[in-house]
Design a binder for this molecule. Sequence first.
Ligand SMILES: CC(C)(COP(=O)(O)OP(=O)(O)OC[C@H]1O[C@@H](n2cnc3c(N)ncnc32)[C@H](O)[C@@H]1OP(=O)(O)O)[C@@H](O)C(=O)NCCC(=O)NCCS
Length: 147
Amino acid sequence: MNLSIRPVTADDVSAVEALWEEAGMTSYASSGDIAGEITGKLERDPDLFLLGEVDGTAVATIMGTWDGHRGRIKRLVVATTHRRSGLGADLTDELEKRFTERGITRLRLEVWADNAGGLAFWEERGYELQPDIRYFVRNLDDSNDPC
Ligand SMILES: CC(C)(COP(=O)(O)OP(=O)(O)OC[C@H]1O[C@@H](n2cnc3c(N)ncnc32)[C@H](O)[C@@H]1OP(=O)(O)O)[C@@H](O)C(=O)NCCC(=O)NCCS
């Protein structure tokens, strides 16, 4: 399988949205405005938002963010047709390389507790589960939108 990895561009918005939909990523409560999330990310650290393609078809994404102290990984998604072929690992390798080149070496991420595959993937890569941390969210505009 010939995987190529490059940053997401504005031309990829609908392909990324379709991929996330197919992969089940948009069913999570925190998904919210998907197209807005994709276009918003293109305005900030776009080189940390990566697309994996096989034969020109979008099959995987990963998104890195940076808060000035730690990097955060979001939206690692591989199309259901292409899983367990190393694509998730390849995209993560590339994002970790880009973080390292920026001097960002402390990473964190969230995985839903019922996502057995996601938990196994990150543990396999050496990411450490933090059972003593609870995760809080709040909308400052008092809306009910997912955070
Ligand atoms: C999690 C996900 C990104 C993994 O992508 P992938 O391309 O299939 O993963 P890889 O092929 O690179 O797997 C690398 C290793 O991780 C582990 N792994 C990956 N998926 C696994 C699963 N479902 N169950 C158990 N272990 C798994 C294995 O050790 C695997 O190596 P192996 O195939 O040689 O056994 C993919 O299943 C996915 O898109 N899931 C839906 C979205 C999601 O859960 N994202 C992660 C949370 S942020």
